[in-house]
Design a protein around this ligand. Sequence first.
Ligand code: 3NM
Length: 219
Amino acid sequence: MKGVILLRRKLDFKLYVITGESYHSSRDMLEVMEAALRGGADIVQLRDKKISKRELLEKARSLRDLTSRYGVPLIINDHPDVALAVNADGVHLGQDDLPLSVARSVLGPHRLIGISTHTIEQARVAERAGADYIGVGPVYPTGTKPGRQAVTTSYVSQAAAEIQIPFVAIGGITTDNAEEVLKAGARRLCAVSAIVGSNDPEGVCRNLLEQITGWKSGS
Ligand code: 3NM
């Protein structure tokens, strides 16, 4: 039971920040992520498709130390073995990654599994298969995932109306369009470039978080 309560608390996030492999070149990834954490990011994902698994493991270790200091869950993109090795809180999988059932058998019941979805059908499948949360996007066109068609806020509204598990809106979300995404029914937002590509990741996080919590309280 304790594991279930802990899992629910970890799903209580509002602002999900993902490391941005192409945005960190001139800055230290840990410094940028720490600024995001100071600004209120309450869940962090390590996503880097360009480095070796050994390098990923090292980054995961250092991010685990950082996120633990802030008491924030750490999710690893794509790699359940790396998640286990660093005692991360879960993994995030795309539609072409390991099937959820395989990831679950590796990770067990007490770690989070998130799935990227781009249609309501994919969302239904992920929910039925036992995902803990889903990503809904890309809401807007984004250079972080080039070539992928935007699903627009209409998919956010569909997910809000139908999906019972937590969902996080992602893709091209900025301080300028966050309100539109919240209006469509999102209660959790995720951003990469708007945060880690900014000169002020802490300020951007604070702004996004204020918009999310302000919306929740109906103001
Ligand atoms: N996944 P930005 S969109 C990593 O729709 C990722 O599943 C998406 O980056 C999805 O905030 C996306 O810079 C990129 O647009 C998000």
